[in-house]
Design a protein around this ligand. Structure first.
Ligand code: IFM
Length: 401
C-alpha cells in the first residue's frame, strides 16, 4: 500500500507531456507501408488501423484536452507517407496541415515535440527496398528538408527516428519469417538496417540543424532494460550492445536522447530469461516493472555521458486505471531518484495520450484518454487528471511502503 508524504520537486522547465504517433492515431494512412501490410490478403495482423482515433481531423480536441489537463508538452509525429505520397511529390496541403498542428499546440501553451519518422514509411519507399536500398538515406534527407515549413519556427524538440532498434528488429523478424518474439529476449537485429538507420539519423540531424540551429535534435531508443543476473554481466553486455547500445552510442553529439522504457529482460549465463513466476503482466504480456525506467536512464547516461535525457515514452497497457497511476508513480520515483543522483533528465512524456492502434491491435489500451472506437469520443481517465496535476505542481508525493 502506498502512503504519500512529502514530495520530490521536479526542476523548472521540465517537460511534462504525453506522446502519440501519426499512424497509431490519425486513421486512414493509406499511402504507408503499414496500411498496405494491414490489407494484404495474407496479413497476419489481427486488425487494421482503419480510422484509428480520427486524430487527423480531431487533433484540436486532443490538444485542448492535454492543455486543459495541465500538460506542457505534446509529442506527435508527422507522416512521411502523407507529405510525400509519391516519390518527389511533396504535398503542400499536408505540410500546411502539420504546420497548423504545430501552431495549434503553441496557441494552447503546449510545446510541440515533433517526430519525423515513427515506424511507417511511404509504401513506395518500402517497395524500393526500404532503409538499405541504394539512395534511401538521400531520400530520407530530402523528406526531412521538405519539413522545414512545419518545424522551422516554434518547435524546440525534433526526433529524427523513433526506436530505430525496433525498426531493425522488424526486419530481423521478417527475415526469420515470424512476428512472434521468442519466449524471452529478441533475435539479433538486422545489421545493414542498423547501420543505415544510424547514417540516416546523422544525416537528418544535420538537415534539421540547417533548417534551424535552434532546434534541439535527438532520437529515441527502446530500452529493453537488460538486467544481468549475478555472474552474467559479460553475457548481458554482449547481448545488449547490438540490440540497443549501438543506437545509444550513435546519440553522442545529439542535443538530447529519448529514453523509452516499459519493462525489463533478465539475462542469465545462458541468455534471456522469462519473467519471474507469478509476475504481474500487463495487457501486452510484459512484466509489470516500473523500476525499469530508472535502469534505462542510468544505462543510457552511462553510454552518452552528458547528453541530456528525456523520457519520451513510458506507460502501461491496462484496463485498470489505478494500475496506470501506480505504475507511473513508480516510474516517476525512478526519475526523481535519477535527478537526485545528478542525472540530467529534462522531461517525462507518457505513452500514450490516447488509446490507440498498437501495431496490429486496439486491445492493449495505453491511453491516459480513452477513445470510443465508433464515435471517437474522448474521455480522460483519472490517471490523465492525476498526471496533468503533477505537471502543474511538479511535486510527486513521496511514497513510503
Ligand atoms: O506503441 C508503441 C510505440 O509506437 C513505440 N514504443 C512502444 C509503444 C508501446 O508498444
Amino acid at each position: 500500500m502506498n502512503n504519500p508524504s512529502s514530495g520530490h520537486p521536479f526542476p523548472d522547465g521540465f517537460l511534462w507531456g504525453a506522446s502519440s504517433a501519426a499512424h497509431q492515431i490519425e486513421g486512414n494512412n493509406v499511402n504507408s507501408d503499414w496500411w498496405h501490410r494491414e490489407h494484404e490478403a495474407d496479413s497476419t495482423l489481427p486488425e487494421p488501423s482503419g480510422d484509428a482515433c480520427d486524430s487527423y481531423h480531431r487533433w484540436r480536441e486532443d490538444m485542448d484536452l492535454l492543455a486543459e489537463l495541465g500538460f506542457t508538452d505534446y509529442r506527435f509525429s508527422i507522416e512521411w507517407a502523407r507529405i510525400e505520397p509519391a516519390p518527389g511529390h511533396f504535398s503542400k496541403a499536408e505540410i500546411a496541415h502539420y504546420r497548423r498542428m504545430v501552431e495549434g499546440a503553441l496557441d494552447r501553451g503546449l510545446r510541440p515535440m515533433v517526430t519525423l519518422h515513427h515506424f511507417t514509411v511511404p509504401r513506395w519507399f518500402a517497395e524500393r527496398g526500404g532503409w538499405t536500398a541504394e539512395g534511401a538515406i538521400d531520400l530520407f534527407e530530402r523528406y526531412v528538408r521538405a519539413t522545414a515549413p512545419v518545424i522551422g519556427t516554434g518547435v524546440r524538440h525534433v526526433r529524427t527516428i523513433n526506436e530505430p532498434n525496433m525498426i531493425a528488429l522488424a526486419v530481423a523478424f521478417r527475415e526469420l519469417g515470424t512476428e512472434v518474439a521468442p519466449i524471452a529476449g529478441i533475435p539479433l537485429l538486422d545489421r545493414p538496417t542498423t547501420d543505415a538507420l544510424i547514417r540516416a539519423h546523422h544525416r537528418a540531424r544535420a538537415a534539421v540543424k540547417s533548417i534551424s540551429a535552434d532546434i534541439q535534435v535527438g532520437w529515441s531508443i527502446a530500452n529493453q532494460v537488460y538486467q544481468a543476473l549475478p555472474g552474467a554481466e559479460a553475457v548481458t553486455a554482449a547481448y545488449s550492445h547490438p540490440r540497443e547500445d549501438v543506437f545509444i552510442e550513435a546519440a553522442r553529439g545529439d542535443d538530447w536522447i529519448g529514453v523509452q522504457s516499459y519493462t525489463r529482460t533478465r539475462i542469465g549465463a545462458d541468455g534471456p530469461l522469462p519473467a519471474p513466476d507469478g509476475a504481474e503482466r500487463t495487457l501486452t504480456g510484459w512484466e509489470y516493472y516500473p523500476q525499469a525506467l530508472g535502469h534505462a536512464l542510468r544505462h543510457t547516461a552511462g553510454i552518452v555521458g552528458d547528453v541530456p535525457l528525456i523520457v519520451t515514452e513510458n506507460g502501461i497497457a491496462t484496463d485498470d486505471d489505478t494500475r496506470r497511476v501506480d505504475y507511473t508513480t513508480g516510474a516517476l520515483q525512478e526519475v526523481s531518484a535519477a535527478l537526485e543522483d545528478g542525472l540530467d533528465v529534462r522531461g517525462y512524456l507518457h505513452w500514450s495520450a490516447l488509446d490507440n492502434y498498437e501495431w496490429g491491435s486496439y486491445k492493449p489500451t495505453f491511453g491516459l484518454i480513452a477513445v470510443d472506437p465508433d464515435t471517437f469520443e474522448r474521455t480522460p481517465r483519472p490517471s490523465a487528471a492525476w498526471l496533468g496535476g503533477l505537471a502543474r505542481t511538479r511535486v510527486l508525493p513521496r511514497i513510503t511502503s
